[in-house]
Design a protein around this ligand. Structure first.
Ligand SMILES: Nc1nc2c(ncn2[C@@H]2O[C@H](COP(=O)(O)OP(=O)(O)OP(=O)(O)O)[C@@H](O)[C@H]2O)c(=O)[nH]1
Ligand SMILES: [Mg+2]
Length: 367
């Protein structure tokens, strides 16, 4: 449509006939210069979400239109959920555009994290997925770390073309753009952000100059992201809000750690040693004997082992196991979207339990 108007907060096309649908704005508010739809208004002011009927597939189609465009793609991922947020099908979605990989949320990492190792790990993950990248950056969109350097690099790499900010839902794409807007023109929170998945509903164009734009896009839905299986309340508990604190446990073999009741690590073989856990400070960790672990789960899931709350229990896939024999170097067992456990001795056999589809992986320790 010619003179279609879009919500400046979420990018939805503005309409005044269906209050239950995306972009609804009462007729009386249509006169304003910058229009914010009712859903954005409520998200912003009351932290209230409204479901809309745009499907995962609609989002994917929208983002796939970048394939026919000409510009720079900035692929934002969440460094706490690299498995769930690195889009392995990115080359198919955005075609041959150059790609910058951005690991967001570094403010949550323990200070002792080795950034070089983290960058190296991200690079190797991108390589495995056959995503050719023009650079890797680590930033915090909320705190601003690294954003200026990245903005400078984007300015060079974009070659006077559009810049598309692409990623799965909730990685902080809109927060990143808001940070850039704030740094360049001083305005706060122009685009709507929230800790719920599925906030941005359409493309949002922020002018870079007379003819090119920085473009926010809706998050692509990847079913490996744990955010899709947890209730809003549990999402609050598992999402770290500030720098995570290491929690160390001295374990003998045949002991188990539960991370709430969302994941579990069994220490099967190896000498007595410390397991250092890096999870949201609000996620309780329980230690038990391996022989009691199944029983504890059966009888205490949702109570002592919480989260999951009732709503999450209905949605969460069953826990499945992966066995890892670690030999010779400090290793992290990574539970995507939750956190990781560092095995300091570099020698142990462990069994990791995680919700099916949220696959556990290992990497060289980052600390
Ligand atoms: N700690 C931390 N949280 C962040 C950072 N960037 C974004 N967040 C949080 O992550 C959540 C999602 O942010 P959004 O900017 O809405 O994410 P998005 O990628 O635009 O999500 P969709 O629009 O749903 O695709 C919000 O709760 C943000 O506050 C960051 O650098 N550090
Ligand atoms: Mg967004």
């Amino acid at each position: 449509m010619e003179n279609e108007i879009y919500c400046q907060g979420c990018g939805a096309s503005i309409q005044s006939h269906d209050p239950e649908e995306a972009g609804y704005t009462p007729k009386s508010s249509l006169e304003k210069e910058d229009i914010l739809c009712r859903r954005c208004f409520r998200l912003k002011h009351y932290n209230e979400t409204q479901e809309v009927s745009i499907t995962d597939d609609d989002f994917l189609k929208m983002v796939s239109s970048i394939r026919d465009a000409d510009g720079l793609v900035v692929h934002v991922i969440d460094i706490f959920d690299v498995e769930g947020t690195l889009i392995s099908s990115l080359p198919r979605i955005v075609g041959n555009q150059p790609v910058v990989l951005v690991g967001n949320k570094v403010d949550l990492l323990p200070k002792s994290t080795n950034r070089r190792k983290l960058e190296h790990w991200l690079r190797s993950k991108a390589n495995q997925a056959n995503i050719k990248i023009a650079g890797v950056f680590l930033i915090s969109s909320t705190k601003g770390n690294g954003v200026e350097e990245l903005a400078k690099e984007i300015e060079i790499l974009r070659n006077k073309k559009n810049v598309y900010i692409v990623g799965t839902t909730n990685v902080g794409k809109s927060t990143f753009i808001n940070r850039i807007i704030k740094q360049s023109v001083g305005l706060d929170d122009v685009i709507t952000t929230s800790y719920f998945p599925g906030t941005t509903l359409g493309f949002i164009e922020i002018p870079l100059d007379d003819s090119t734009y920085l473009i926010d896009t809706p998050g692509i839905v990847n079913k490996q992201q744990i955010v899709h299986y947890v209730s809003k309340n549990d999402l609050r508990l598992i999402t770290p809000h500030k720098e995570i604190k290491a929690r160390g446990y001295q374990l003998n073999r045949e002991q188990t750690l539960y991370f709430g009741g969302l994941a579990r690590l069994d220490f099967i073989k190896g000498d007595k040693q410390t397991f250092v856990c890096y999870f949201s400070n609000r996620l309780p960790i329980h230690r038990t004997k391996l022989e009691n672990a199944d029983n504890l789960y059966e009888n205490n899931i949702g109570e002592l082992l919480s989260p999951p709350d009732e709503e999450t229990q209905k949605r969460l896939p069953k826990l499945t196991t992966s066995t890892f024999k670690i030999k010779g170097e400090e290793t992290d067992i990574v539970f995507p979207g939750l956190g990781w456990v560092t095995i300091k001795s570099g020698n142990a056999t462990v069994i990791a339990h995680s919700p099916k589809d949220v696959a556990v992986s290992v990497r060289k320790s980052l600390i």
